[in-house]
Ligand binder design. Structure first.
Ligand code: SF4
Length: 395
């Protein structure tokens, strides 16, 4: 293997069969100050955060991910899982619902923002409560798997909205639910004729890779096409256990794409971004998005500036192959949708002539043919499908 991946730390007094069992990991999660003190020497700032009681966004980690944090040479992983007193500080921008999801919530647990796709929040539980979480208005309230009545309403909403093409299972973490519950959701969605693609957005391959069992893979395969959207943020999260989980998925034909978040003092360095994304591509995981951190409550200290993110992206440009380069994007607050952030290499334009300076200083022009030369091909075989997509309405 080209890259060397570290194993996570398994305490000697724990049986390997327990450690490698995802339900054991969930049952033995660290949730309280006492639990965390047994694994970490807490700093004054961390202790102060624990003392905030109810005001603090839920705290939880698997023993596995605590081990990753303790094994890492830097404190980056620790900062992802450990509360800090800065979460209580007044920020420059702090929103309870930065993506405006509450106003796009037409049925229980459904977020319908774009006409062709919707989020289905099947649980609010996560095995790790990431300090940067966007959905703090919902996540971690211990509501668990959606109640039956609400589930039927959500499925019926998806069934009725024939313009929907994709459903993205989210939460919370949809892979914290049981195999039976997940199979029920995937099979019910698969039975809906207009649903082409199902995505599962999960941090479990990162924080509890033992969740990716043969049984889980069978359930996902049975309901194909299902894309697994992983959420690795730092190269140290790619332990040998995580690698095994990713390989089990892709070896079984399940496409895996990674969405990361740029985080201040955690991964906002080009050396870390290239290390993470080259390793992911090597493992056949496509780096998809590199998000600007959303301004949710208590995340001001974890957010980078857009200038810093663009600078990192510009440094990587030309050094990192397109295959390994995630799309830098910001979600416009209040439900404005995603927008790509890209370095601008165009220095001037005169009519059809555009002047560029490339990433390594090459200067050149691109001259477009005149407009009256532009002709469209015959697309009649696909126009009906295109018009359907364009005209599908949200509500
Ligand atoms: S796993 Fe996702 S939903 Fe859960 S706390 Fe982390 S970012 Fe939020």
């Amino acid at each position: 293997m080209k890259f060397h991946f570290l194993s996570s730390f398994k305490p000697e007094n724990i049986d390997a069969a327990d450690w490698n069992n995802w339900t054991w990991q969930l049952r033995h999660s660290l949730k309280t100050q006492d639990d965390f003190s047994q694994h970490f020497e807490l700093t004054k700032d961390e202790l102060l955060a624990f003392q905030q009681g109810k005001e603090l966004f839920n705290v939880r980690t698997t023993p596995y991910y605590a081990g990753v944090a303790n094994n890492s040479k830097s404190d980056s992983i620790r900062k992802i899982l450990m509360p800090h007193r800065y979460e209580m500080a007044e920020g420059h921008q702090q929103m309870l619902d930065p993506l405006g999801e509450k106003k796009n919530n037409p049925a229980p647990r459904i977020i319908h923002r774009y006409s062709d796709r919707a989020l289905f929040l099947i649980t609010d539980i996560c095995s790790v409560y990431c300090r940067f979480c966007t959905r703090k208005h919902f996540t971690g309230q211990e509501q668990a798997f959606i109640r039956n009545e609400e589930y039927e309403m959500a499925i019926s909403y998806i069934r009725k909205h024939t313009g929907l093409r994709e459903v993205i299972l989210s939460g919370g973490d949809p892979l914290t639910v049981s195999d039976g519950q997940l199979d029920r959701v995937l099979s019910d969605l698969r039975r809906i004729d207009h649903i082409e693609i199902i995505r599962i957005g999960s941090r479990m391959p990162v924080v509890c890779p033992m969740r990716v069992t043969d049984d889980l893979v069978k359930i996902i395969k049975k309901n194909k096409p299902v894309y697994l959207m992983s959420h690795f943020n730092h190269p140290d999260e790619l332990t040998s256990e995580a690698v095994e989980a990713l390989e089990r998925l892709v070896d079984n034909g399940i496409p895996v794409m990674n969405q990361m978040v740029l985080l201040n003092g955690i991964n906002n360095h080009p050396a870390l971004i290239q290390a993470l994304n080259r390793r992911l591509v090597y493992l056949r995981v496509k780096p998809y998005y590199m998000f600007q951190c959303d301004p949710s409550m208590g995340t001001d200290h974890l957010r980078t500036s857009i200038e810093d993110s663009l600078e990192i992206q510009k440094e990587l440009w030309g050094h990192l192959s397109g295959l390994a380069m995630p799309n830098l994007s910001v979600d416009i607050p209040n439900g404005g949708g995603k927008t790509y952030l890209v370095p601008n290499f165009q220095v001037s334009q005169d009519g059809r002539v555009r002047n560029y300076v490339g990433w390594d200083g090459v200067e050149a022009q691109y001259i477009s043919p005149p407009e009256n030369q532009i002709r469209k091909p015959d697309a009649s075989a696909y126009e009906c499908e295109w018009n359907d997509l364009k005209n599908s309405k949200k509500i």
